[in-house]
Write a protein that binds this ligand. Structure first.
Ligand SMILES: N=c1c2ncn([C@@H]3O[C@H](COP(=O)(O)OP(=O)(O)OP(=O)(O)O)[C@@H](O)[C@H]3O)c2ncn1[C@@H]1O[C@H](COP(=O)(O)O)[C@@H](O)[C@H]1O
Length: 97
């Protein structure tokens, strides 16, 4: 998969923004939101719903966009929950048959 490094870069930038919040950053705005962990969790819920609707409606371009939104906000929620993506990947690796 040639674009897998995008996920690695995204995780790195999310951690960078978490450690050094910036006023113009969307990532920082979510991670420092007054609702706390509820904000990224709310976004995961919204994006999951949008993804499901796009799939059910057979809208391929929208499914790709919503899939990207979902993955991105899932990463934000993991960071907000102080879970390392490495541990999630480790869990998947341990499930290999
Ligand atoms: N991958 C993304 C990405 N995907 C989506 N978004 C933003 O996510 C936001 C939410 O999308 P919605 O469709 O829910 O829009 P909305 O209803 O206006 O959002 P809300 O007001 O409900 O939060 C939009 O503003 C998008 O711009 C992203 N923002 C940032 N990134 C990555 O994160 C990096 C750091 O971004 P900054 O923190 O902004 O510098 C970027 O370089 C990108 O790689």
């Amino acid at each position: 998969m040639k674009n897998l490094e995008v996920l690695e870069e995204l995780w790195a930038v999310i951690n960078e923004r978490a450690e050094h919040p910036s006023p113009d950053s969307y990532v920082s705005s979510i991670l420092t939101h007054r609702k706390g962990i509820d904000k990224p969790l709310e976004k995961v819920g919204e994006e999951a719903t949008e993804f499901i609707l796009a799939v059910k409606n057979g809208e391929n371009d929208r499914t790709i966009e919503e899939g990207a939104d979902l993955l991105f906000h899932f990463f934000l929620a993991l960071r907000a929950a102080e879970i390392d993506i490495e541990d999630v990947l480790g869990e998947l690796a341990a499930r290999r048959k």
